[in-house]
Ligand binder design. Structure first.
Ligand SMILES: [Zn+2]
Length: 133
């Protein structure tokens, strides 16, 4: 997978396997852009400091937690990062991804059309998806 060339994930819970359908409006290349847009010289250090190399998962065929609908992870169009510090029910008062350090990171995702549940609904800050709510 493309991120491996400059990211050394600290945790690999799941195989990185995402939907890369040509018919999709969103592709893996759009998932790659937010990560790769940091300046070269400080990129590794910053990504590590911000724990953006802590992988939470992508493809995981399951129902939404507490629900009957399939999760966006079932379709391989959602990514989770650093779940330990951005737990499902945590709001912006606890989730590290709600801190100002991450604003640029989120803007990069949003420019590519991805949606953060944390920024739109203030829960599940670990989660970003390539589908509108
Ligand atoms: Zn998720």
């Amino acid at each position: 997978m493309p991120w491996g060339s400059y990211l050394k994930p600290r945790s690999l819970g799941n195989l990185f396997e995402c939907n890369n359908s040509a018919s999709s409006n969103y592709t893996l290349s759009s998932a790659n852009k937010p990560v790769s847009r940091k300046p070269d010289q400080s990129r590794h250090i910053e990504i590590h400091r911000l724990r953006l190399d802590v992988w939470g998962g992508c493809l995981n065929v399951r129902k939404m937690r507490g629900g009957t609908r399939n999760s966006m992870h079932s379709w391989g169009i959602a990514l989770d990062y650093d779940p330990q510090n951005n737990q499902l029910k945590w709001g912006s008062d606890r989730a590290t991804f709600a801190q100002p350090d991450y604003n640029k990171w989120w803007e990069f995702w949003e420019e590519e059309g991805w949606v953060s549940l944390g920024r739109t609904r203030n829960y599940d800050w670990m989660h970003v998806q390539a589908a509108k709510l």
